[in-house]
Design a protein around this ligand. Structure first.
Ligand SMILES: *Cc1c(COP(=O)(O)O)cnc(C)c1O
Length: 367
């Protein structure tokens, strides 16, 4: 069986470094907000080119805390509307709701799967205060167009960069295109911890100061609470692992892009629609997502041939039970995407012979 993603294989290559670090960790005896977190915050801010990085518990909290910090600063108010792509992973939408803001869904483009800038202005009302572009599957949104719209209407731009660590356009990296960005280091992401972890990047000093406090009970000095914060700190041990893995992020992304290039040039089958990619660094291929009208047929065919695939995602947010108020809404492009997409194995745990085999099988598919 060719697994969709073997985290075991990916993390085994770091085993010795992890064990050395674990030994130091036990000798150090400092478990919460220690040097590893500080180091990672400095390293990741440098990597993204931003002034600040604030480590938090996970990717969802990263986004929620950005919104809450802006509410604290008076730049957002409860009930304000936030533009979100309709085909995102539900976390982006939950983050908006958790901060008592109102998500307004906008269709993506069918070729890039990222939010369609041409559809944004129609959805802007007097209550719209922010745009949350999601770099879905690892591909940067059209940030130039989005930032122009935001500037014209005086909106905040908050990137959901949970799938796009290292994606780059014109020398600018994901996390540095807007006012602030949320990252996830969930184990399966391009930069993944060995558990839950997340971070926020921003160039805004005032926002960063609030966030450093908000993630830690609203406290900068122990037992002095200035604001009502939460407990969502980046774990010290996860930060230690991330400091090791960050050094390999660029090579992981290069590997993924090269594999994607192979798939794009060698998969030749009229029944399959491949992702669009312009061969720049604006895509880090968190996922390689193909489309076909008979998705279930293709998935079964590949499974019968020993190739594991996944669907990102089978049900769009507006059709989820948890968002029942939206179940009657219709987003045709989003629904088409959710009916047709299938993700095939693409990461550094897939060997060259496995790739040859996957290509061979996809080219022989004829159902
Ligand atoms: C993974 C992900 C998140 C949430 O990250 P967690 O660390 O799982 O909370 C948010 N948005 C998108 C687009 C994601 O893929």
């Amino acid at each position: 069986m060719i697994h969709f993603l073997s985290l075991k294989k990916i993390n085994q290559s770091f085993e010795i470094a992890f064990q050395d670090k674990m030994k130091q960790f036990l000798e150090g005896g400092l478990y919460i907000l220690g040097n590893e977190v500080k180091q990672f915050e400095a390293n990741f801010a440098t990597y993204c080119g931003t002034k600040h990085c604030i480590g938090v518990g996970n990717g969802l909290d990263a986004l929620v805390l950005i919104f809450k910090a802006y509410i604290h600063l008076g730049k957002l108010q409860k009930g304000d509307e936030v533009i979100v792509p309709a085909n995102t992973y539900i976390a982006s939408i939950i983050a908006v709701l958790q901060a008592d803001l109102v998500p307004v869904l906008v269709e993506p483009k069918l070729d890039s799967y990222t939010i369609n800038p041409d559809e944004i202005e129609d959805k802007i009302t007097s209550k719209t205060k922010a745009i949350l572009p999601v770099h879905l599957y690892g591909q940067l949104c059209e940030m130039k167009a989005i930032n122009e719209i935001a500037k014209k209407h005086n909106l905040l731009v908050i990137e959901d960069a949970a799938q796009a660590h290292g994606a780059e356009w014109n020398g600018i990296k994901a996390g540095n295109f807007g006012d602030a960005a949320g990252f996830s280091f969930y184990p399966g992401k391009n930069l993944g911890a060995l558990g839950d972890a997340g971070a926020i990047t921003t160039n805004d000093d005032e926002l960063a100061e609030v966030l450093f406090s908000l993630r830690n009970y609203g406290s900068k000095v122990k037992y002095e609470n200035e604001i009502l914060g939460v407990n969502s700190r980046l774990d010290e041990l996860q930060a230690a692992f991330l400091n090791i893995k960050l050094k390999q992020l660029d090579s992981e992304n290069d590997f993924r892009r090269n594999l994607a290039k192979r798939y794009l040039s060698e998969i030749k089958n009229d029944k399959l629609i491949l992702p669009t990619y312009d061969f720049f660094k604006n895509h880090v291929f968190h996922l390689f997502v193909i489309r076909t009208s008979n998705r279930l047929g293709l998935q079964h065919f590949l499974k019968d041939n020993g190739i594991e695939t996944m669907i990102h995602y089978p049900i769009p947010p507006h059709k989820q039970k948890a968002l029942s108020d939206w179940n009657n809404l219709s987003f045709q492009i989003t629904e088409k995407i959710h009916d047709e997409v299938l993700s095939i194995p693409l990461n550094s745990s897939v060997s060259k012979t496995e790739v040859d085999y996957i290509i061979f099988k996809l080219n022989s598919y004829n159902e």
